[in-house]
Design a protein around this ligand. Structure first.
Ligand SMILES: [Zn+2]
Ligand SMILES: [Zn+2]
Length: 107
């Protein structure tokens, strides 16, 4: 894979090699042993990964996910592909991701 003009520093949002495989299809809920992780573009939220059965993965219908769930899925998948700055845990930890110094936290 040598895409010309594609900077190596930009993670591939559709790379599912590090995404954990779920036990059931997140679209129809079926449990089977030939599920696969696929990426899904959740509109303005971003790209998320979902565990799907072959029939759902081949369909063009988007999985029924609420906005709150979509945000969580996108953040999780961002961590899978190594997108810095989108990790919710890092944002909530109170540490500035740029300088590494603690931000002002009033407890
Ligand atoms: Zn399914
Ligand atoms: Zn993922």
């Amino acid at each position: 894979m040598s895409a010309v003009g594609h900077p190596a520093t930009v993670p591939d949002l559709h790379d599912t090699s590090r995404c954990p495989l779920g036990v059931r299809c997140e679209c129809c809920g079926i449990e089977r042993d030939d599920l696969a992780v696929v990426t899904s573009d959740l509109g303005s939220v971003g790209v998320a990964c979902l565990t799907m059965c072959p029939s759902c993965a081949s369909s063009t219908v988007s999985p029924p996910v609420a906005v709150g769930t979509a945000v969580r899925l996108v953040l999780q998948h961002a961590a899978h592909v190594g997108v810095a700055g989108l990790d919710a845990n890092e944002i909530l930890s109170g540490t500035c991701p740029t300088t590494g110094t603690p931000t002002a936290v009033s407890v």
